[in-house]
Design a protein around this ligand. Structure first.
Ligand code: C5P
Length: 273
């Protein structure tokens, strides 16, 4: 079977401090986009994948689902690794959903999201598919409403270490107004200017300090005509809004001419996953 593993962007990412397990408590609005890896999964007696990654989340996901079964998994990568777009987590989520079907296990999406939490913090959100508010370390996920939007994603070609970026993150006052609630309100209004202003990522400051290339990417995105510019996840990818698909393609082309990897994408609704 063939399946698409969608990348995500974080419209918001609020950090509330370190939990007793060492992970940071978060609140984040996670939105899948049309940029995707393609997974081709075939029945086999043994489990194998061709990603070549030492810490292969595809294999980790398959083993977490059922360590006794096999499958041959081919991944056609398009989502940049280490870019804050959830590439490895998206592959793991797609593996869980596809193998659940191929192996006839009959688990619900919620059960698969629970299994995904053992694989990586972003996996439960991506298993659910569609826009999601995630809390905790990422294990608590709830579907959210988001209109279909045209976005431009740019990647400056530097790899951020998620661990290092989190280690430098400040702590948000839990009693302060929720950036995620404000973003959901803006999305409900459908006003692109308000939506662009509501993007917020508490990891942007530490990531910018570690990698000044991200400052340049954010400025270039706005200079190229994107509405708003924010970082996704722990970076290094940044994204902004565009008024139309055509406008998003033009902005992406001008960013590519400036040396970035760039993609014109759309948000993905639950029923498209
Ligand atoms: O779960 P995942 O493997 O994606 O996390 C990578 C690293 O990012 C963790 O080892 C941790 O240092 C940091 N992290 C965190 N709090 C989170 C998610 C990730 O501190 N909620």
């Amino acid at each position: 079977m063939t399946t698409e593993a969608h990348a995500k962007v974080n419209f918001t990412l609020e950090v509330f401090g370190v939990r007793s397990d060492g992970y940071h408590a978060l609140r984040s609005l996670v939105v899948p986009v049309t940029l995707s890896d393609t997974l081709v999964i075939e029945p086999d007696d043994v489990l194998s994948s061709d990603t070549g990654y030492p810490d292969d989340l595809v294999l980790k996901a398959a083993r977490a689902l059922d360590p006794s079964r096999g499958a041959r998994i081919h991944v056609e990568k398009r989502i940049p690794a280490g870019g804050g777009l959830g590439g490895g987590s998206a592959d793991a989520a797609a593996t869980l959903v596809a193998l659940n079907e191929m192996w006839g296990l009959g688990h619900s999406r919620d059960t698969l999201a629970g299994i995904g939490a053992m694989v990586g913090s972003d996996v439960p959100a991506l298993v659910l598919g569609g826009p999601v508010v995630m809390r905790g370390r990422g294990e608590m996920v709830e579907r959210a409403e988001c209109p279909i939007l045209d976005l431009v994603i740019a990647n400056p070609g530097v790899h951020t270490s998620t661990r290092d970026v989190y280690a430098l993150a400040g702590v948000r006052d839990a009693s302060a107004p929720s950036a995620t609630a404000a973003c959901l309100d803006a999305l409900a209004s459908g006003d692109l200017g308000r939506i662009a202003d509501s993007f917020a990522n508490d990891l942007a400051d530490p990531a910018r300090r570690l990698h000044p290339e991200i400052v340049h990417a954010l400025a270039s995105l706005q200079e190229a005509g994107a509405l708003g510019a924010a970082m996704s996840g722990s970076g290094s990818s940044v994204f902004g809004l565009a008024e139309s698909a055509e406008r998003a393609s033009d902005i992406a082309a001008s960013l590519r001419a400036g040396g970035f990897s760039a993609w014109a994408v759309r948000t993905v609704a639950e029923d498209m996953v």
